[in-house]
Every structure is written in C-alpha cells, then in structure tokens.
Design a protein around this ligand. Structure first.
Ligand code: GDP
Ligand code: IMO
Ligand code: MG
Length: 427
C-alpha cells in the first residue's frame, strides 16, 4: 500500500541516513533509487557508528529487505567491500536485492571523472571522484553496462570492448592518460558477478507485489534537492534525480503509489563541492557551525561549507518534492547562540526575491535577507518530546515550519537513534 519517499531538502548530508534508519522498524523494504557511492549516510546505533555509501540504510534493520533500485549506479567492488565490512561487524546483507537494470560504474568512469575535473580547473564541480557523472553519461548515451550483463559473460565482454574502444581513445589522445585493458576489466567484473548473482532481481516487480500485499516501502534518496540534475544548481549538481519524482523512475514504482514525501531538513545549511550557496559563512561563524555540527564529508572527508538556514531553499524543496512532512535535524547544534539569523528572501541587485531566481546568473548574485530569531542556551540533546524544548527552541522550529510551507513532524536533537522528538507519525 504506502510507498513513502524520503529526500534531502538542501545540498545533501541533512541526516537522511539517521531518518531512514529510524523508520526501519516500521517499513518492510528500503530502496535506494538514485546516486551511487557518492553518498555517505551515517547511522549511529548505541555506541556503534556506520557509514553507508551504496547499501540502503535498511540493511541495518534485520526485518527490512534492502533494495538497490534501477536508478542507482553501482561500483561493484565498493559494494562488495561494504557488504564484507558490515558482515565483519555482524550485519548480514543476505537479504539485499539489486536491480538487474541498474548500471555499473566501470574503471573508465572513475578515470574520466578525475581527469575531467582536473581539466575544468577553477570551473570544476568538486565531484566525489567516484565515476558517478561519467556512468550516468554513458547510461543516457546508451553505452552503459548493466547489472544484468554480469549474468552473460559474452555480452559483458562485448560491452566492455565497445565502451573501451571509444573511452581509451579519449583517455589517451585527449587526456594523455594510460588506456584500460578490456580483458583485465572483464576478468575483474566476472569475479564480482559470481558474488553478486544471488542478489540480482527484477526489483520493480518485487516492489509492486510487496505494495499489493500492503507492505510499506521506503524510497531513500541520496544527495539533496539542490543537487538534482534538473532542479538543482546546475552545473554544480550530481548527475541523477534525488527529488521525489526521481523515486518513481529509480525504483520502478508508478507515481500513483506514492503516499507521502518526507524531506530531511537541517536546522542550518551545508554544501560540499563548488557552486552557489547564498547563506554560506566564510568567517568564524561558519567555522563554529562546522566544528559544532561535525560537518566533514562522510565520503571524501572534505570540510563542508556551512551557513545559516535558508527558508527560500526550504520552500523550494516543498514545492519541487510535494513535501508532506519535514524531519528537522541537528537542532541541538544551534544551542548556545544569542540570536540565530535565518534567510527569508534574497536581494538580487536591489530586487527582493522570495523564490529562487530563474537564472543561475541571478542566483550567483543572491544576497541573503536575514531575520534574526532569539537563540536558546540549554543543551537539548536529552529532550524526549517537543514540550521538553526551551520555549525559544520551540519558537525557532515553529518559525522554520511557517517559512518552509510544510509541517515539521520530527526533530533530531543528536545523532543517536533515540535522539529524535516525534511530533506526528511518519509512516
Ligand atoms: P546524510 O548524507 O543525509 O545521510 O547525512 P550524513 O550522514 O552525511 O551527515 C549527517 C550527520 O549528522 C551524521 O554525522 C549524523 O550522524 C549526524 N546527525 C543526524 N541527525 C542529527 C541530529 O539531529 N543532531 C546531530 N547533532 N547530529 C545528527
Ligand atoms: P549524501 O547522500 C553532499 C556533491 C559533490 C559535488 C556534486 C557532484 O551523503 O547527501 P558527484 O560525485 O555526485 O558527481 O558530485 O555533488 N555530492 C554530495 N554532496 N552529500 C552527498 O551525498 C553528495 N553526493 C554528491 O560534492 O559537489
Ligand atoms: Mg552524507
């Protein structure tokens, strides 16, 4: 029956992993529907911390079937290393289902991701270097290698050869790099095939049958709304559709099945990599947010750029995703501030904008118009309910809710599984 989508409302790293994990006890399937191992989702359970990249967060809940949907790009070596790492920690990934139609990240995708970034110089996107963009590029160009190709060594060999015929020309003649040996790649990928075979499935069919049986399916996005290839800050985006619409395509579920869209919203804003970020703080306030919030990339270890909450972005996320509920995270990080600035609109060359400007040129010039809200001094990480929060923290939440255009149904006050204040049920 219900298919629930969970998306990032900002530029990623909002705390999607924690939110998905929390819902794990109430859902039957957790599906990653786009992206790849550019994602880094942290889940803290008791004294154990898990960093997941490709595996859906549902893998940590024994009752949940984790699914990697057709919209994901898979680096099989990374996936197997992640599975092995979890097994060593006592987590069994035997239930994992992988869509036969998902695309594979190949060695030339990783090589091209790194070398094209280098050639872009100052104009670089700041990608994670995991081959994500080139893999999606080949998918759209109809040159991709898919998971199902692992089941047919003849086809796999041919596809690798065709791809490398062209890509080796590019690598050697345009970028002056070494070419890649197709025989070696075939050998490597046939090795992966042996281990991945038992997991490969027609996941769209599995999910459709599950929904017919009234099972609850949670569709877990990577990245965030502003990193969406269509709706984000192009070209400083990822190469897939993390927004709610992408969930249908990337999981093979029709839009009529979706019942709820939960957006994860950080109580301030962060971004990794290049691109416009109106509320970015490049002073001590930004350093304070980074240190206090532990804002360092899970995948690349890079410092995250930090800034105040941006209500224009939140409203945009509501509109693009059809958000039914917000899960506000990291409210605890803001404790101790006298006043908390919140961006309510932009000034673009003297003109007020309540919505994201139509052109990137204008967005690059957007200056935040701030309203200051009173802060609170108390540590709130032990709060158990909304009413436990200091009045000023409650007012901050209500103000954000009002500005963002959808109800805040849960609040994170720490990284732990139990550090969440439930306001209304999410599933
Ligand atoms: P994701 O990519 O959206 O899953 O987010 P990341 O895992 O990359 O980054 C979010 C970070 O915030 C992780 O280290 C989480 O453990 C942590 N986190 C999540 N929710 C909260 C919260 O409410 N408070 C605090 N202090 N940390 C949180
Ligand atoms: P999670 O799921 C934050 C950013 C990169 C870069 C741009 C393109 O943890 O929220 P890519 O390697 O995807 O081609 O890089 O997108 N990016 C992320 N930023 N969180 C993520 O994932 C990200 N995945 C990609 O930093 O700016
Ligand atoms: Mg992350």
């Amino acid at each position: 029956m219900p298919a629930v989508v969970l998306v990032g409302a900002q530029w990623g790293d909002e705390g999607k992993g924690k939110a998905t994990d929390l819902l794990g006890s109430e859902v039957h399937y957790v599906v990653r529907y786009q992206g790849g191992n550019n994602a880094g989702h942290t889940v803290v359970i008791g004294d154990q911390k898990y960093a997941l990249h490709l595996l859906p967060t549902g893998v940590l809940s024994p009752e949940v079937v984790p699914v990697i949907g057709n919209g994901v790009v898979i680096d099989p070596g990374v996936l197997l290393a992640e599975i092995d790492g979890l097994r060593e920690r006592g987590i069994d990934c035997g239930r994992l289902l992988i869509s036969a139609s998902a695309h594979l990240i190949m060695p030339h995708h990783k090589a091209l991701d790194k070398v094209t970034e280098r050639y872009l110089g100052k104009a670089r996107i700041g990608t994670t270097g995991r081959g994500i963009g080139p893999a999606y590029g080949d998918k759209i160009a109809r040159m991709g290698v898919r998971v199902q190709d692992l089941l047919d060594p003849g086809i796999l060999g041919k596809k690798i050869e065709v791809a490398l015929n062209e890509k080796n020309q590019v690598l050697t003649k345009v970028y002056n790099r070494r070419g890649i040996d197709p025989a070696k790649v075939l050998d490597e990928y046939l090795g992966y095939a042996e281990r991945l075979k038992p997991h490969i499935a027609d996941t769209s069919l599995v999910l459709s049958q599950a929904l017919d049986e009234d099972k609850v399916v949670l569709l877990e996005g990577g990245q965030g709304t502003l990193l969406d290839i269509d709706h984000g800050t192009y070209p400083f985006v990822t190469s897939s559709s993390p927004t709610a619409g992408g969930a249908c395509i990337g999981a093979g579920i029709p839009p009529t099945r979706l019942t709820r869209v939960i957006a994860i919203l950080k109580a301030y804003t962060t971004r990794v990599g290049s691109g416009p970020f109106p509320t970015e703080l490049t002073d001590e306030a930004g350093d304070w947010l980074r240190t206090t919030g532990g804002e360092y990339g899970v995948t690349t270890g890079r410092d995250r750029r930090c800034g105040w909450f941006d209500a224009v972005i939140a409203r945009y996320a509501t509109r693009i995703n059809g958000v039914t509920d917000f899960f506000l995270t990291k409210l605890d990080v803001l404790s101790g501030l006298e006043r908390i600035p919140v961006c309510v609109a932009y000034d673009v060359d003297g003109v007020r904008h309540d919505e994201i400007p139509m052109t990137q040129t204008d967005f690059h010039h957007a200056k935040p118009i701030y309203e200051e809200l009173p802060g609170w001094q108390e540590d709130i990480s032990d709060a158990k309910s909304f009413d436990d929060l200091p009045a000023k923290a409650r007012d901050y939440v209500r103000a954000l809710e009002e500005m963002s255009g959808a109800p805040i149904s849960a609040i994170g006050v720490g990284p732990g599984r139990t550090q969440t204040l439930a306001i209304r049920p999410l599933v």
